[in-house]
Write a protein that binds this ligand. Structure first.
Ligand SMILES: [Zn+2]
Length: 301
């Protein structure tokens, strides 16, 4: 516990800064997965977004810490009523935070106003570890800040569990987004339980059929249990979103104001066909199928 307390005392911003440097070096040393130019400019825009998150984060961190402390003092949540060793409570705490974040993430894809903010993270048509820094401050601080408070309230999690969760999740999401080639066997073994970089990159595929999948951060079991797991070989992945394909929409300033700009979700021709084929396979007569079917008919005419 002493080691954990020492680790928890480190300023989270130092950890993020160190991870940016480590992954930048690794991506330059090892064979990269996706080739792209203007790597430094891309890094600059993603770091600028992160700076706005750090400034807003000072307020949010205070709110989260106060809320989680209050909940813990007042014995709110399941784990207050179950006897178990401290280490098990901490381990289950990490699982519980990940579980609630899965549902918050899934909801961010379903509710249009939430998607406006969440699409900033999906907008990156190039991908490296810095893509992990690309999230709208409102979404990260307010929406995902709230998800941690909800998890603490439901399961009775304290600040140590939250700190441990952050210690794991922060380097983990850097790894998930890193532009490093990982062998297939990792997906077929570790990927049965944990999210691997190749599995997470499917979530960044431009085709909406795949964008709306693999919502888990650490444990892919949530996607496997709740039917949202999908896979596509990394070599076939086309990153980003069609509505952000223009390079002028890849600047940090545009990304920050983009939630307030009306833009429909632009499905690609490929995406429509995938959905149509999947519906055919399932044999479901959904409204979506009817729309996709009529779209198909129009395209063929
Ligand atoms: Zn997402």
């Amino acid at each position: 516990m002493d080691i954990l307390n020492k680790l928890l005392a480190i300023d989270i911003n130092y950890i993020v800064a160190a991870l940016i440097v480590i992954f930048y070096l690794l991506e330059n040393l090892f064979q990269t997965q996706f080739k792209f130019d203007k790597m430094r400019l891309h890094l600059f825009h993603n770091i600028m977004i992160q700076l706005s998150i750090i400034l807003g984060g000072l307020v949010t961190a205070a709110v989260i810490v106060t809320a989680v402390e209050w909940l813990h003092k007042n014995h709110v949540g399941l784990f207050h009523y179950i006897q178990m060793p401290v280490w098990l409570k901490l381990a289950l705490g990490v699982v519980a935070f990940d579980f609630i974040n899965y549902w918050f993430h899934r909801t961010a894809h379903r509710i249009p106003v939430l998607w406006r903010f969440h699409r900033v993270h999906h907008s990156d048509s190039r991908m490296d570890a810095s893509t992990n820094l690309r999230a709208h401050p409102v979404e990260l601080l307010v929406y995902f800040g709230l998800s941690n408070i909800v998890a603490a309230a439901l399961f009775g999690l304290d600040l140590t569990a939250l700190g441990l969760y952050f210690l794991i999740i922060i380097p983990y999401v850097f790894l998930e987004h890193s532009n490093i080639r990982f062998p297939d066997w990792i997906d077929k073994t570790i990927g049965l339980v944990f999210v691997t970089p190749n599995i997470h990159k499917v979530h960044h595929e431009r085709d909406q059929y795949y964008t709306d999948s693999n919502y888990s951060d650490i444990f892919i079991i949530w996607d496997r249990i709740f039917g949202t797991f999908k896979f596509k070989p990394p070599g076939e992945i086309n990153l980003g979103l069609n509505e952000f394909a223009d390079d002028r929409k890849q600047t940090f300033w545009y990304l920050l104001i983009s939630p307030f700009i009306n833009m429909g979700r632009v499905s690609s021709e490929k995406s429509q066909k995938t959905k149509w084929k999947q519906n055919q396979l399932k044999g479901e007569k959904t409204a979506e199928q009817v729309r996709a079917c009529s779209w198909e008919t129009i395209k063929e005419k």
